[in-house]
Every structure is written in structure tokens, then in C-alpha cells.
Design a protein around this ligand. Structure first.
Ligand code: SAM
Length: 274
């Protein structure tokens, strides 16, 4: 196979100046991109859904790792650069132009299960992350999520109880998945560099605890962390049955949300789910 042209050259040739509105901060370091593509494990012959390929740096790394890639990109300007990659890896890459927030991802994938890999703007990444991890159906058709976030958000996702970063995102990511901070990425690795550091999070689904509604758990964490400085007695007051559930479970109503383990949140939600 012909060696691929350097990413900087591809960007210059296609006039892909980074758009602030689309949250574009590109990665050019191929070794770094290969390390990110290695986080989900051996991808050879595996289906991967990539969101936001941009000029295709991470896409190249996924293809080099042997993946079969379906990529959703919103920015039409990136399509010619991605078409060159499609030609370099025949039958291995399909690019779909559109807004990943509006598309049915499962319907786009040719087979399953699949891994999700993405380096997205903060707002889109967090919204998709919440959607991927919400809902009553579990496990999903994806086998892992490998996602770049601002480091501060990544730390919230993997946070342990008793820390200031622990909150709704932590419970969402940990009650039926394992979530780990797989790699820190310095802001200088991006062009243009963002204001803050980034980190890649890797999430793998585990068994869903019995008898718990995801919606109820979401309501409990929303109430509890919505007033995280308040005691549970106060913050959960609006949830019917919550005070009784705390009593029944032996959870001191004077505790604050950030002291509760993920299992304790699950237990409260289970008591309210019946
Ligand atoms: N993956 C490339 C890399 O790592 O260098 C580009 C990353 S850049 C941070 C984010 C990419 O997501 C951009 O190409 C942007 O156009 C795209 N994007 C932003 N919002 C999107 C959306 N709602 N749906 C699909 N792609 C989106």
C-alpha cells in the first residue's frame, strides 16, 4: 500500500482550517493516534463506529489496527479527505455525513457488536455519552466506548465516592459498566490547542443490577446531586418513598450525596423501582 500523506498536508490541500463552531481540534501525531486506537483492544476484523473523524487522523489509526470503520462526520469540508482514506483502504471505511446526535447509530452499523471511538467537542461528547449509557435496555449493541473528553469531565466519569468530582456522571458510568481513565492527552498535542487538558476514557458494559429502573436511578441521582451540599433527607424530599427507602436500607439521611457509593444509589433506586 502507498504510504499515506502526512495529515498536515491533507489539511492544507483540502483547506481544512479548524472550525471553532464545530469544536475542531485535530490530532496529527500518528503514534499517539495508534495508542488511542489500541485502547479498545485488538480491533482486527472488528466493527468500529467513529464519531467526528474530521480529516481522518484517528480513522487512519483505526484502519491500521485492522478495524472495519463506519464514521459519522458533520463537516462536509472533511469529506474529500475522508474519501482518500476510503480509497486507500478499499471496503474498510464508510463515511456518513450528518449530525451524530440525530442519527440512529445501530441502524448505520452493518453488523454487531461494535466498538465506539470518538474525539468530539465537549457538548456533543457529553450528550452522546449520556445517551449511550442511559435507557432500560442493557447491554447495548456496542461493546465498549473509547472517548476523548476534557480531563475534568473524564475525572468526573471515573470518580470515586467522597471526592469532589463524584457526581451523576460517575454513577451513570459505573452502575452497570466499568469506566477507566485510559490516557491523558496534553493540550499541545492538538491543533489548535484547546484551553484545557484532555483524557481518554474507556467504558465496558457489565451486568445490569436486578430490579432497578435506569430512569429511577437517574431521578435519584438528579435529586441527590442537584443539591449536593444538602443532606439526603432534604435533597430527596421530593421523591415519593425516598425517606422510607433510606430508613429501610439503613442509610443515614444526614449523609450527603457525594458520600454514597454507587451500590447505595442502586439500592435506593431498587427500593423505589418496585
Ligand atoms: N477525530 C479528529 C481528530 O482526532 O483529529 C477530529 C476531532 S475534532 C475534536 C471533532 C470532530 O467532530 C470534528 O471533525 C467535527 O466536525 C466533528 N463533529 C462535531 N460535532 C459533530 C456532530 N454533532 N456529529 C458528527 N460530527 C461532529
Amino acid at each position: 500500500m502507498e504510504p499515506l500523506p502526512p495529515l498536515r498536508e491533507v489539511i492544507a490541500r483540502h483547506g481544512l482550517s479548524a472550525s471553532k463552531a464545530l469544536g475542531q481540534n485535530f490530532l496529527f501525531d500518528e503514534q499517539l493516534l495508534d495508542r488511542i486506537a489500541a485502547i479498545p483492544g485488538d480491533l482486527s476484523g472488528q466493527q468500529v463506529l467513529e464519531i467526528g473523524p474530521g480529516p481522518g487522523g484517528l480513522t487512519r489509526a483505526l484502519l491500521r489496527a485492522g478495524a472495519q470503520v463506519t464514521a459519522i462526520e458533520m463537516d462536509r469540508r472533511c469529506l474529500p479527505a475522508l474519501a482518500e482514506l476510503e480509497a486507500a483502504f478499499p471496503g474498510r471505511l464508510e463515511v456518513i455525513q450528518g449530525d451524530a446526535l440525530k442519527l440512529d447509530h445501530n441502524a448505520l452499523m452493518h453488523s454487531e457488536p461494535y466498538s465506539v471511538v470518538a474525539n468530539l467537542p465537549y457538548n456533543v461528547g457529553t450528550e452522546l455519552f449520556t445517551r449511550w449509557l442511559s435507557g432500560e435496555t442493557w447491554p447495548r449493541r456496542w461493546t465498549s466506548l473509547t472517548l476523548m473528553f476534557q480531563e475534568e469531565v473524564a475525572r468526573r466519569i471515573v470518580a470515586a465516592p467522597g471526592t469532589s468530582a463524584y457526581g451523576r456522571l460517575s454513577v451513570l458510568a459505573q452502575w452497570r459498566s466499568t469506566a477507566r481513565l485510559a490516557m491523558k492527552v496534553h493540550r499541545s498535542a492538538f491543533t489548535p490547542p484547546p484551553k484545557v487538558m484532555s483524557a481518554v476514557v474507556h467504558v465496558v458494559p457489565t451486568a445490569m443490577p436486578d430490579g432497578v429502573s435506569a430512569t429511577t436511578l437517574s431521578q435519584v441521582t438528579e435529586a441527590a446531586f442537584g443539591q449536593r451540599r444538602k443532606m439526603l433527607r432534604q435533597s430527596l424530599k421530593g421523591l415519593a418513598g425516598a425517606t422510607g427507602a433510606l430508613d429501610e436500607l439503613g442509610i443515614d439521611p444526614q449523609r450527603r450525596a457525594e458520600t454514597l457509593s454507587v451500590d447505595e444509589f442502586v439500592a435506593i433506586a431498587r427500593a423505589l423501582s418496585v
